[in-house]
Design a protein around this ligand. Structure first.
Ligand SMILES: Nc1nc2c(ncn2[C@@H]2O[C@H](COP(=O)(O)OP(=O)(O)OP(=O)(O)O)[C@@H](O)[C@H]2O)c(=O)[nH]1
Ligand SMILES: [Mg+2]
Length: 262
């Protein structure tokens, strides 16, 4: 086993997040230039498939909205009518492909709502840490690459022991419980007013669309006052944990946003 392989094996065994970038070697002259998509993106893609990524997110919303059901749906595809209200929070790790998602599922009853801010802020604080601390290494390119390419770039590894995280609020609403929507709206806007959560993106999930009384997306957007939110990115999806509607779309959104957030 060569030095490169042993080093990669050593890295793989560690529970570190690894941000990998390949750069054109700055000391090389222009004639050695390798198209950017090959020297950087392709190598990054190959290496990111090789390493596991980890992201972390918190689900918030009123009691009975379906947060724990959403976690179950993401984790196993299972669904149960018979749910116990979450006391405090649950944490569950789910692996999808090479992405490990750490899901914080917070209790929605009034007495637990004061911790929502802390968990959302905690998650975004990890992102900030991710951008600042860490160990940088320049490595030689893998020996399996053609020699013409070998001389053209170095690989830069950035190691960070904290977890990569998805910045943002994931707010679950029971779209079929019309009486609870105004409370959901005021709790949401209270949270968005916290200076610590300034500008962080919002993902609203209108759950239980399998029920005939569920609001349409436009009605939910209107009743939650989402159009009045101008200081951040807002997305809204209508889902059903019971019938697994749009769960895959939400997962794609989360994974896509987690990689662009880095
Ligand atoms: N019809 C329908 N019922 C759902 C759906 N998702 C969840 N439920 C039901 O809603 C109830 C509450 O679900 P939970 O997942 O426990 O809600 P929660 O948001 O975690 O509630 P707390 O932990 O108290 O904050 C359960 O009876 C679920 O079966 C759905 O998509 N459709
Ligand atoms: Mg719950």
């Amino acid at each position: 086993m060569g030095m490169w392989d042993s080093f990669l094996n050593w890295l793989r065994r560690r529970e570190w997040n690894i941000q990998v970038r390949a750069f054109r070697n700055p000391s090389l002259s222009k004639k050695h230039f390798v198209p950017q998509f090959f020297s950087a993106s392709y190598i990054c893609l190959a290496i990111s498939l090789f390493f596991k990524q980890e992201m972390e997110l918190s689900l918030i919303g009123l009691q009975n909205a379906g947060k724990t059901s959403l976690v179950n749906s993401i984790a196993t595809g299972g669904y149960s009518e018979d749910m116990i209200p979450t006391v405090g929070f649950n944490m569950r790790k789910v692996t999808k492909g090479n992405v490990t998602i750490k899901l914080w599922d917070l209790g929605g009853q009034r007495r637990f709502r004061t911790m929502w801010e802390r968990y959302c802020r905690g998650v975004s604080a990890i992102v900030n840490k991710y951008n600042h601390g860490g160990l940088s290494l320049f490595l030689p390119p893998p020996p399996s690459l053609p020699s013409s390419l070998q001389s053209c770039f170095s690989i830069y590894l950035y190691l960070e022991t904290s977890q990569a995280a998805l910045e943002g609020l994931k707010y679950v609403v029971d779209a079929a419980d019309r009486d609870s929507v105004p409370i959901s709206r005021s709790e949401l806007h209270d949270l968005l007013g916290k200076p610590s959560l300034n500008g962080i993106p919002l993902l609203v999930l209108g759950n239980k669309i399998d029920k005939s009384e569920a609001l349409s997306k436009q009605a939910l957007v209107d009743q939650l006052g989402l159009d009045s939110i101008r200081d951040r990115e807002v997305s809204c999806y209508m889902i059903s944990c019971k019938e697994s509607v749009n769960i895959d779309v939400v997962m794609d959104w989360l994974i896509k946003h987690s990689t662009t957030a880095k």
